[in-house]
Design a protein around this ligand. Structure first.
Ligand SMILES: Nc1ncnc2c1ncn2[C@@H]1O[C@H](COP(=O)(O)OP(=O)(O)OP(=O)(O)O)[C@@H](O)[C@H]1O
Length: 370
């Protein structure tokens, strides 16, 4: 747990950069600091590992005030990832990753072995081990930066815009990989971003700061979207709040699944019309994976791939109401197709049932309850 207790920071005689900040970043969770440029995010983050000294107030790690700790030891307890990764240019990838472990007194061979393991964990093959940072893409450098921060297995991590230096596609991949990794490692993390979408996607809780370094609201992404405390927060979170809220509401159990009759390629028009409950019949392959919708009204010859309507999206089980709503809205039959993690057909949902589940979620009732 990282605690800010009434922390202020004033640089020289300027206005307060951070004003009476009190918040707790819970153990094993990812807390995000977000807000407009200059609102004090980086200053707040750097006060945790004392790269910046608070003017007043205290920061505590698991209840212990950091101001009394030895700075070098404090920093070794906290992994630190910065924008552009900040790798040592004259050291290879594994040497970069092994740096903190070596500083902590881990023998060289062991530190290098761990570095190789970590490389794999962050999604890079051993082929990268002996390259220098300039031989890597921006996204690969960021992965190495994360691996280096993890090398001493710190309980706490500080991440300052770790994914901002790469293009949006790579950024999305890095975010997904990082979420998977965090589910395994469960570090206590504070991350800074100026991107509200990143904050809502990654954060267990999100702290929105306003200019002048004051905390405007700290809450879960769902809570922020559903109940922004004031116009500043509402405006900062942006448009589509109602729709984006659906990303956080699981549909499993809250939307009844219907059994869907299915057809295979090669089925005759007559046989297709026999099994059809309305105009559209779902086609599946030999593994029972949906491949498209067949139009029972217009089919004139045995069903071919080219006859299929492919407009419907698939909602994986365990995903969100947003996915299942999209599946229902995009399906020509109006029935959204739900699939297992391996892509096999689980069933379909109707649009009215999805809308009813959304209404229940909106009113804060748990899924499936009357
Ligand atoms: N070393 C410094 N000396 C004086 N003022 C500073 C210093 N560092 C930051 N500031 C000021 O403190 C305020 C907060 O800066 P900080 O970098 O923490 O904001 P931020 O929210 O991280 O901004 P950004 O999103 O643009 O990186 C700003 O007004 C900034 O100009």
């Amino acid at each position: 747990m990282i605690t800010f207790d009434n922390v202020c920071k004033r640089y020289d005689n300027a206005a307060l950069a951070v004003d009476s900040l009190s918040l707790t970043a819970p153990t094993g969770k990812l807390t995000i600091l977000v807000g407009p440029s200059g609102c004090g995010k980086t200053t707040s983050l750097r006060m945790v590992n004392r790269l910046i000294k608070p003017s007043t107030g205290s920061i505590l790690l698991d209840g212990e005030k950091t101001e009394h700790m030895d700075v070098a030891l404090l920093r070794r307890r906290i992994g630190y990832v910065i924008q552009h990764a900040g790798l040592f240019p004259h050291r290879t990838v594994v040497q970069n990753i092994a740096t903190t472990a070596r500083l902590n007194g881990v023998p060289k061979q062991k530190a290098l072995r761990t570095a190789h393991d970590l490389l794999e964990r962050v999604g890079l093959s051993s082929a990268f081990a002996d390259r220098f940072p300039w031989q890597l893409s921006g996204g690969q450098q960021q992965r190495v930066g994360v691996a280096r921060a993890l090398a001493s297995d710190p309980k706490f991590m500080l991440m300052d815009e770790p994914f901002s230096a790469v293009d949006p596609v790579v950024r999305g991949q890095l975010q997904d990989e990082f979420l998977r990794l965090q589910r395994e490692i469960g570090k206590t993390i504070i991350m800074v971003t100026h991107d509200i979408d990143e904050a809502l996607k990654l954060g267990d809780q999100v702290a929105v700061l306003r200019t002048g370094g004051k905390l405007a609201q700290i809450a879960s992404p769902q809570e922020l979207l559903a109940r922004p405390v004031d116009a500043f927060v509402a405006d900062f979170i942006g448009r589509d709040r109602g729709y984006r809220f659906l990303s956080f509401a699981e549909f499993d159990g809250s939307v009844p699944l219907g059994a869907e009759p299915t057809a295979k390629l090669g089925i005759t028009p007559e046989a297709l019309r026999d099994i059809a409950t309305d105009r559209w019949v779902l086609a599946t392959n030999h593994e029972n994976k949906p491949i498209g919708w067949a139009d029972a009204q217009s089919l004139k010859q045995p069903l071919r791939n080219d006859d299929l309507n492919l407009s419907g999206t698939l909602a994986p089980q365990g995903s969100s109401l947003r996915h299942v709503l999209d599946a229902a809205l995009s399906s020509p039959s109006g029935r959204g197709v739900v699939v297992s993690s391996s892509g096999t057909l689980v069933g379909t949902v109707t649009l009215p049932d999805v809308v009813a589940a959304i209404d229940r979620a909106r009113n804060g009732r748990s899924g499936g309850q009357p």
